[in-house]
Design a protein around this ligand. Structure first.
Ligand code: PSV
Ligand code: MN
Length: 388
Protein backbone atom coordinates (compact mmCIF):
# COMPACT_ATOMS: atom_id res chain seq x y z
CA UNK A 1 0.00 0.00 0.00
CA UNK A 2 1.25 3.45 -0.90
CA UNK A 3 1.91 5.73 2.08
CA UNK A 4 0.76 9.34 2.38
CA UNK A 5 4.36 10.58 2.37
CA UNK A 6 4.80 9.12 -1.12
CA UNK A 7 1.90 11.23 -2.39
CA UNK A 8 3.34 14.53 -1.24
CA UNK A 9 5.53 15.39 -4.28
CA UNK A 10 2.51 15.08 -6.58
CA UNK A 11 0.09 16.75 -4.16
CA UNK A 12 2.50 19.66 -3.95
CA UNK A 13 2.04 20.28 -7.67
CA UNK A 14 -1.73 20.38 -7.49
CA UNK A 15 -2.97 23.78 -8.61
CA UNK A 16 -6.61 24.51 -9.29
CA UNK A 17 -7.62 27.61 -11.15
CA UNK A 18 -10.73 29.31 -9.77
CA UNK A 19 -13.25 31.17 -11.93
CA UNK A 20 -13.79 34.87 -11.22
CA UNK A 21 -17.51 34.40 -11.81
CA UNK A 22 -17.89 31.97 -8.92
CA UNK A 23 -17.56 34.94 -6.55
CA UNK A 24 -20.34 36.90 -8.20
CA UNK A 25 -24.05 36.24 -7.89
CA UNK A 26 -25.50 33.47 -9.97
CA UNK A 27 -28.78 31.66 -10.01
CA UNK A 28 -31.20 29.99 -12.30
CA UNK A 29 -33.56 31.40 -14.89
CA UNK A 30 -36.03 31.67 -12.02
CA UNK A 31 -34.09 33.81 -9.57
CA UNK A 32 -30.66 35.23 -8.85
CA UNK A 33 -30.27 35.79 -5.11
CA UNK A 34 -28.01 38.63 -4.03
CA UNK A 35 -25.76 38.06 -1.02
CA UNK A 36 -23.96 40.47 1.31
CA UNK A 37 -20.29 40.90 0.54
CA UNK A 38 -20.58 39.97 -3.13
CA UNK A 39 -17.83 41.64 -5.20
CA UNK A 40 -18.79 44.62 -7.32
CA UNK A 41 -15.62 44.61 -9.37
CA UNK A 42 -13.14 42.15 -10.81
CA UNK A 43 -10.58 43.46 -8.30
CA UNK A 44 -12.89 42.36 -5.47
CA UNK A 45 -13.47 38.97 -7.13
CA UNK A 46 -9.70 38.52 -7.26
CA UNK A 47 -9.41 39.47 -3.59
CA UNK A 48 -11.89 36.72 -2.70
CA UNK A 49 -10.07 34.22 -4.87
CA UNK A 50 -6.81 35.19 -3.17
CA UNK A 51 -8.42 34.35 0.18
CA UNK A 52 -9.14 30.84 -1.09
CA UNK A 53 -5.51 30.44 -2.08
CA UNK A 54 -4.20 31.92 1.16
CA UNK A 55 -6.15 29.37 3.21
CA UNK A 56 -5.64 26.30 1.03
CA UNK A 57 -2.45 26.82 -0.98
CA UNK A 58 -4.36 25.24 -3.83
CA UNK A 59 -5.67 28.03 -6.01
CA UNK A 60 -2.84 30.18 -7.37
CA UNK A 61 -4.67 31.51 -10.44
CA UNK A 62 -7.98 33.17 -11.27
CA UNK A 63 -9.68 32.69 -14.62
CA UNK A 64 -11.25 35.72 -16.27
CA UNK A 65 -14.37 35.98 -18.41
CA UNK A 66 -14.49 38.70 -21.03
CA UNK A 67 -16.50 40.97 -21.05
CA UNK A 68 -17.62 40.25 -17.47
CA UNK A 69 -14.14 41.11 -16.19
CA UNK A 70 -13.29 43.81 -18.67
CA UNK A 71 -11.01 46.56 -17.37
CA UNK A 72 -9.07 49.38 -19.01
CA UNK A 73 -5.71 48.31 -17.69
CA UNK A 74 -4.90 44.59 -17.59
CA UNK A 75 -1.30 45.17 -16.53
CA UNK A 76 -2.67 46.92 -13.44
CA UNK A 77 -5.09 44.04 -12.88
CA UNK A 78 -2.19 41.62 -13.08
CA UNK A 79 -0.26 43.65 -10.49
CA UNK A 80 -3.32 43.80 -8.26
CA UNK A 81 -3.58 40.01 -8.41
CA UNK A 82 0.15 39.54 -7.84
CA UNK A 83 -0.04 41.85 -4.83
CA UNK A 84 -2.64 39.52 -3.37
CA UNK A 85 -0.55 36.44 -4.10
CA UNK A 86 -2.34 35.07 -7.15
CA UNK A 87 -1.95 35.15 -10.91
CA UNK A 88 -4.40 35.62 -13.76
CA UNK A 89 -5.19 32.43 -15.61
CA UNK A 90 -7.38 31.29 -18.47
CA UNK A 91 -9.23 33.93 -20.45
CA UNK A 92 -12.77 32.81 -21.30
CA UNK A 93 -14.45 34.34 -24.31
CA UNK A 94 -18.15 35.08 -24.38
CA UNK A 95 -20.19 34.97 -27.56
CA UNK A 96 -23.44 34.04 -25.92
CA UNK A 97 -24.86 37.26 -24.52
CA UNK A 98 -24.94 39.61 -27.45
CA UNK A 99 -28.08 40.09 -29.54
CA UNK A 100 -26.01 39.56 -32.69
CA UNK A 101 -25.39 35.95 -31.67
CA UNK A 102 -29.01 34.81 -31.54
CA UNK A 103 -28.43 32.41 -34.44
CA UNK A 104 -24.80 31.64 -33.77
CA UNK A 105 -21.41 33.29 -33.46
CA UNK A 106 -18.41 31.57 -35.08
CA UNK A 107 -20.86 29.45 -37.09
CA UNK A 108 -23.23 32.25 -38.10
CA UNK A 109 -24.32 32.44 -41.75
CA UNK A 110 -23.64 36.18 -41.80
CA UNK A 111 -20.00 37.01 -42.35
CA UNK A 112 -20.38 40.23 -40.32
CA UNK A 113 -21.49 38.35 -37.21
CA UNK A 114 -18.67 35.85 -37.63
CA UNK A 115 -16.29 38.79 -37.94
CA UNK A 116 -17.61 40.27 -34.69
CA UNK A 117 -17.16 36.93 -32.90
CA UNK A 118 -13.63 36.44 -34.28
CA UNK A 119 -12.69 40.00 -33.33
CA UNK A 120 -13.95 39.34 -29.80
CA UNK A 121 -11.49 36.45 -29.60
CA UNK A 122 -8.72 38.71 -30.89
CA UNK A 123 -9.58 41.06 -28.04
CA UNK A 124 -9.31 38.11 -25.61
CA UNK A 125 -5.86 37.31 -27.01
CA UNK A 126 -4.85 40.95 -26.45
CA UNK A 127 -5.96 40.51 -22.83
CA UNK A 128 -3.85 37.36 -22.61
CA UNK A 129 -0.84 39.26 -23.95
CA UNK A 130 -1.22 41.78 -21.14
CA UNK A 131 -1.99 39.31 -18.35
CA UNK A 132 0.49 36.65 -19.46
CA UNK A 133 -2.30 34.07 -19.55
CA UNK A 134 -1.57 30.90 -21.46
CA UNK A 135 -5.06 29.69 -22.40
CA UNK A 136 -7.93 31.08 -24.40
CA UNK A 137 -11.01 29.05 -23.56
CA UNK A 138 -13.78 28.96 -26.10
CA UNK A 139 -17.22 27.68 -25.31
CA UNK A 140 -19.90 28.31 -27.90
CA UNK A 141 -23.63 28.46 -27.31
CA UNK A 142 -24.07 27.98 -31.06
CA UNK A 143 -26.73 25.50 -32.07
CA UNK A 144 -30.32 25.20 -33.22
CA UNK A 145 -33.65 24.32 -31.63
CA UNK A 146 -35.47 22.61 -34.47
CA UNK A 147 -34.57 20.02 -37.10
CA UNK A 148 -34.06 21.77 -40.39
CA UNK A 149 -33.36 25.15 -38.75
CA UNK A 150 -29.72 25.18 -39.74
CA UNK A 151 -27.35 23.44 -42.12
CA UNK A 152 -25.41 21.21 -39.73
CA UNK A 153 -22.57 20.64 -42.18
CA UNK A 154 -22.31 24.26 -43.29
CA UNK A 155 -22.09 25.37 -39.67
CA UNK A 156 -19.16 23.00 -39.07
CA UNK A 157 -17.35 24.36 -42.10
CA UNK A 158 -17.79 27.96 -40.95
CA UNK A 159 -16.73 26.99 -37.43
CA UNK A 160 -13.54 25.43 -38.74
CA UNK A 161 -12.77 28.55 -40.75
CA UNK A 162 -13.43 30.93 -37.84
CA UNK A 163 -11.38 28.85 -35.42
CA UNK A 164 -8.52 28.82 -37.90
CA UNK A 165 -8.45 32.61 -37.94
CA UNK A 166 -8.39 32.79 -34.14
CA UNK A 167 -5.77 30.05 -33.89
CA UNK A 168 -3.49 31.91 -36.30
CA UNK A 169 -3.50 34.89 -33.93
CA UNK A 170 -2.19 32.90 -30.92
CA UNK A 171 1.29 33.85 -29.82
CA UNK A 172 4.13 31.58 -28.78
CA UNK A 173 3.26 29.80 -25.57
CA UNK A 174 -0.44 30.56 -25.96
CA UNK A 175 -3.07 27.90 -26.48
CA UNK A 176 -6.71 27.57 -27.37
CA UNK A 177 -8.91 25.14 -25.45
CA UNK A 178 -12.23 24.27 -27.09
CA UNK A 179 -14.97 23.31 -24.64
CA UNK A 180 -17.87 21.08 -25.64
CA UNK A 181 -21.34 20.73 -24.17
CA UNK A 182 -24.11 18.44 -25.34
CA UNK A 183 -27.02 20.86 -25.02
CA UNK A 184 -28.16 24.19 -23.58
CA UNK A 185 -28.96 26.85 -24.55
CA UNK A 186 -29.62 25.07 -27.85
CA UNK A 187 -31.92 22.09 -27.51
CA UNK A 188 -31.91 20.29 -30.84
CA UNK A 189 -28.29 20.44 -31.87
CA UNK A 190 -25.14 22.12 -30.59
CA UNK A 191 -22.20 22.88 -32.86
CA UNK A 192 -19.56 21.60 -30.43
CA UNK A 193 -21.55 18.99 -28.54
CA UNK A 194 -18.98 16.36 -27.64
CA UNK A 195 -15.30 15.59 -27.20
CA UNK A 196 -15.11 14.02 -30.66
CA UNK A 197 -16.14 17.26 -32.34
CA UNK A 198 -13.79 19.29 -30.19
CA UNK A 199 -11.03 16.80 -30.90
CA UNK A 200 -11.65 16.91 -34.66
CA UNK A 201 -11.41 20.71 -34.74
CA UNK A 202 -8.42 20.97 -32.42
CA UNK A 203 -6.60 18.25 -34.34
CA UNK A 204 -7.11 20.15 -37.59
CA UNK A 205 -5.91 23.38 -35.97
CA UNK A 206 -2.66 22.05 -34.57
CA UNK A 207 -0.56 21.58 -31.47
CA UNK A 208 -1.67 24.74 -29.70
CA UNK A 209 -5.31 23.68 -29.73
CA UNK A 210 -6.62 21.29 -27.08
CA UNK A 211 -9.92 20.06 -25.71
CA UNK A 212 -11.53 21.44 -22.55
CA UNK A 213 -13.59 18.91 -20.63
CA UNK A 214 -16.31 20.38 -18.41
CA UNK A 215 -17.50 17.57 -16.17
CA UNK A 216 -21.10 18.80 -16.31
CA UNK A 217 -21.37 18.75 -20.08
CA UNK A 218 -22.23 15.15 -20.87
CA UNK A 219 -25.35 13.07 -21.11
CA UNK A 220 -26.20 11.31 -17.84
CA UNK A 221 -24.35 8.03 -17.49
CA UNK A 222 -21.43 9.05 -19.73
CA UNK A 223 -18.15 7.47 -18.64
CA UNK A 224 -16.16 10.69 -18.28
CA UNK A 225 -12.97 9.02 -17.07
CA UNK A 226 -12.84 7.11 -20.34
CA UNK A 227 -12.85 10.41 -22.24
CA UNK A 228 -10.08 11.66 -19.94
CA UNK A 229 -8.00 8.55 -20.64
CA UNK A 230 -8.55 8.83 -24.38
CA UNK A 231 -7.77 12.55 -24.64
CA UNK A 232 -4.62 12.15 -22.57
CA UNK A 233 -3.58 9.25 -24.76
CA UNK A 234 -4.07 11.45 -27.80
CA UNK A 235 -2.21 14.38 -26.23
CA UNK A 236 -5.27 16.59 -26.57
CA UNK A 237 -6.55 17.14 -23.05
CA UNK A 238 -5.96 20.82 -22.40
CA UNK A 239 -8.07 21.61 -19.39
CA UNK A 240 -10.92 20.73 -17.10
CA UNK A 241 -13.87 22.76 -15.95
CA UNK A 242 -14.69 20.93 -12.74
CA UNK A 243 -18.13 20.95 -11.19
CA UNK A 244 -20.74 18.36 -10.31
CA UNK A 245 -24.26 17.69 -11.35
CA UNK A 246 -27.29 15.60 -10.58
CA UNK A 247 -29.23 16.32 -13.76
CA UNK A 248 -27.76 18.62 -16.41
CA UNK A 249 -25.19 21.42 -16.27
CA UNK A 250 -25.91 22.05 -12.58
CA UNK A 251 -22.51 23.68 -11.86
CA UNK A 252 -22.55 22.44 -8.27
CA UNK A 253 -19.49 22.00 -6.07
CA UNK A 254 -17.10 19.50 -7.62
CA UNK A 255 -17.18 16.17 -5.83
CA UNK A 256 -20.49 16.99 -4.15
CA UNK A 257 -22.81 14.94 -6.32
CA UNK A 258 -20.50 12.02 -6.99
CA UNK A 259 -17.15 11.90 -5.17
CA UNK A 260 -16.45 8.48 -6.64
CA UNK A 261 -16.65 9.89 -10.15
CA UNK A 262 -14.16 12.61 -9.22
CA UNK A 263 -11.88 9.90 -7.81
CA UNK A 264 -12.12 7.91 -11.04
CA UNK A 265 -11.41 11.00 -13.13
CA UNK A 266 -8.38 11.90 -11.02
CA UNK A 267 -7.14 8.33 -11.27
CA UNK A 268 -7.11 8.58 -15.07
CA UNK A 269 -5.51 12.04 -14.94
CA UNK A 270 -2.68 10.57 -12.87
CA UNK A 271 -2.49 7.40 -14.99
CA UNK A 272 -2.20 9.53 -18.15
CA UNK A 273 0.49 11.84 -16.76
CA UNK A 274 -1.90 14.78 -16.32
CA UNK A 275 -0.32 15.72 -12.99
CA UNK A 276 3.23 15.39 -14.26
CA UNK A 277 5.73 18.27 -14.13
CA UNK A 278 4.92 19.75 -17.55
CA UNK A 279 1.68 18.00 -18.27
CA UNK A 280 -0.09 21.01 -19.79
CA UNK A 281 -3.40 19.94 -18.28
CA UNK A 282 -5.05 22.87 -16.49
CA UNK A 283 -7.42 21.98 -13.68
CA UNK A 284 -10.06 24.64 -13.40
CA UNK A 285 -13.35 25.03 -11.58
CA UNK A 286 -16.45 26.24 -13.39
CA UNK A 287 -19.11 26.52 -10.75
CA UNK A 288 -21.88 28.75 -9.52
CA UNK A 289 -22.79 29.09 -5.87
CA UNK A 290 -26.48 29.84 -5.99
CA UNK A 291 -27.38 29.05 -2.39
CA UNK A 292 -24.20 28.44 -0.42
CA UNK A 293 -21.68 31.10 0.52
CA UNK A 294 -19.29 31.60 -2.35
CA UNK A 295 -15.84 31.76 -0.76
CA UNK A 296 -16.41 28.72 1.48
CA UNK A 297 -17.99 27.05 -1.57
CA UNK A 298 -14.75 27.54 -3.48
CA UNK A 299 -12.66 26.39 -0.52
CA UNK A 300 -14.79 23.23 -0.27
CA UNK A 301 -14.34 22.66 -4.01
CA UNK A 302 -10.55 22.85 -4.12
CA UNK A 303 -10.33 20.68 -1.00
CA UNK A 304 -12.56 18.08 -2.67
CA UNK A 305 -10.24 17.95 -5.67
CA UNK A 306 -7.24 17.63 -3.38
CA UNK A 307 -8.88 14.88 -1.36
CA UNK A 308 -9.90 12.78 -4.35
CA UNK A 309 -6.48 13.30 -5.93
CA UNK A 310 -4.84 11.97 -2.76
CA UNK A 311 -7.14 8.96 -2.71
CA UNK A 312 -6.51 8.28 -6.39
CA UNK A 313 -2.75 8.49 -5.79
CA UNK A 314 -3.15 5.80 -3.14
CA UNK A 315 -4.10 3.19 -5.72
CA UNK A 316 -1.27 0.66 -5.82
CA UNK A 317 -0.76 0.79 -9.58
CA UNK A 318 1.71 -2.06 -9.87
CA UNK A 319 -0.52 -4.38 -7.83
CA UNK A 320 -3.43 -3.20 -9.94
CA UNK A 321 -1.61 -3.96 -13.18
CA UNK A 322 -0.81 -7.42 -11.89
CA UNK A 323 -4.42 -8.08 -10.94
CA UNK A 324 -5.59 -6.76 -14.30
CA UNK A 325 -3.13 -8.90 -16.24
CA UNK A 326 -3.98 -12.04 -14.35
CA UNK A 327 -7.69 -11.54 -14.88
CA UNK A 328 -8.35 -11.01 -11.18
CA UNK A 329 -11.53 -8.98 -11.60
CA UNK A 330 -12.49 -8.68 -7.96
CA UNK A 331 -8.91 -8.23 -6.78
CA UNK A 332 -8.40 -5.34 -9.20
CA UNK A 333 -11.66 -3.76 -8.19
CA UNK A 334 -10.81 -4.17 -4.49
CA UNK A 335 -7.50 -2.31 -4.96
CA UNK A 336 -9.40 0.53 -6.53
CA UNK A 337 -12.09 0.62 -3.85
CA UNK A 338 -9.63 0.31 -0.96
CA UNK A 339 -7.97 3.52 -2.10
CA UNK A 340 -11.30 5.24 -2.63
CA UNK A 341 -12.50 4.34 0.85
CA UNK A 342 -9.30 5.48 2.59
CA UNK A 343 -9.95 8.59 4.63
CA UNK A 344 -7.06 10.91 3.80
CA UNK A 345 -8.47 13.92 5.61
CA UNK A 346 -6.40 13.62 8.81
CA UNK A 347 -3.18 13.24 6.79
CA UNK A 348 -4.08 16.19 4.58
CA UNK A 349 -4.87 18.34 7.62
CA UNK A 350 -1.55 17.49 9.19
CA UNK A 351 0.32 18.12 5.96
CA UNK A 352 -1.36 21.52 5.59
CA UNK A 353 -0.37 22.48 9.12
CA UNK A 354 3.20 21.36 8.49
CA UNK A 355 3.38 23.91 5.65
CA UNK A 356 1.96 26.76 7.70
CA UNK A 357 -1.53 26.48 6.26
CA UNK A 358 -4.64 26.08 8.40
CA UNK A 359 -5.38 22.42 9.09
CA UNK A 360 -9.05 23.19 8.53
CA UNK A 361 -9.34 25.95 5.91
CA UNK A 362 -13.12 26.25 6.24
CA UNK A 363 -12.93 26.78 10.00
CA UNK A 364 -10.07 29.22 9.47
CA UNK A 365 -12.19 31.17 7.00
CA UNK A 366 -15.10 31.33 9.43
CA UNK A 367 -12.75 32.55 12.17
CA UNK A 368 -10.92 35.04 9.94
CA UNK A 369 -13.59 37.73 10.01
CA UNK A 370 -13.12 38.24 6.24
CA UNK A 371 -16.77 37.61 5.45
CA UNK A 372 -17.94 40.14 8.07
CA UNK A 373 -15.41 42.62 6.75
CA UNK A 374 -16.56 42.38 3.12
CA UNK A 375 -20.22 42.40 4.19
CA UNK A 376 -19.60 45.75 5.86
CA UNK A 377 -17.29 47.21 3.26
CA UNK A 378 -19.03 46.22 0.07
CA UNK A 379 -22.06 48.42 0.33
CA UNK A 380 -23.41 50.26 -2.70
CA UNK A 381 -22.47 49.69 -6.29
CA UNK A 382 -23.73 46.81 -8.37
CA UNK A 383 -22.99 43.30 -7.26
CA UNK A 384 -21.24 41.24 -9.91
CA UNK A 385 -23.19 38.52 -11.60
CA UNK A 386 -23.68 37.07 -15.03
CA UNK A 387 -23.31 39.96 -17.41
CA UNK A 388 -21.54 42.26 -14.95
C1 PSV B 1 -20.99 26.90 -20.42
O1 PSV B 1 -22.04 26.25 -19.78
C2 PSV B 1 -19.80 27.06 -19.49
O2 PSV B 1 -19.46 25.83 -18.95
C3 PSV B 1 -18.64 27.71 -20.18
O3 PSV B 1 -17.42 27.31 -19.60
C4 PSV B 1 -18.88 29.15 -19.91
O4 PSV B 1 -17.79 29.99 -20.16
C5 PSV B 1 -19.25 29.05 -18.46
O5 PSV B 1 -20.11 27.91 -18.43
C6 PSV B 1 -19.91 30.21 -17.85
O6 PSV B 1 -20.19 29.88 -16.50
MN1 MN C 1 -17.47 25.31 -18.47
Amino acid sequence: MTTFAELVPTLQRLAIEVPSWAYGNSGTRFKVFGTPGTPRTVQEKIADAAKVHELTGLAPAVALHIPWDKVDDYEALKSHAAGLGVGLGTVNSNTFQDDAYKFGSLTHVDRKVRRQAIDHHFECIDVMDATGSRDLKIWLADGTNYPGQGDLRGRQDRLAESLQEIYARLGDGQRMVLEYKFFEPAFYHTDVPDWGTSYAHTLALGEKAKVCLDTGHHAPGTNIEFIVAQLLRLGKLGSFDFNSRFYADDDLIVGAADPFQLFRIMFEVIRGGGLGQDSGVALMLDQCHNLEEKIPGQIRSVLNVQEMTARALLVDRSALAEAQESGDVLGANALFMDAFYTDVRPDLAQWRASRGLPADPLAAYAASGYQQQINEERVGGTQAGWGA
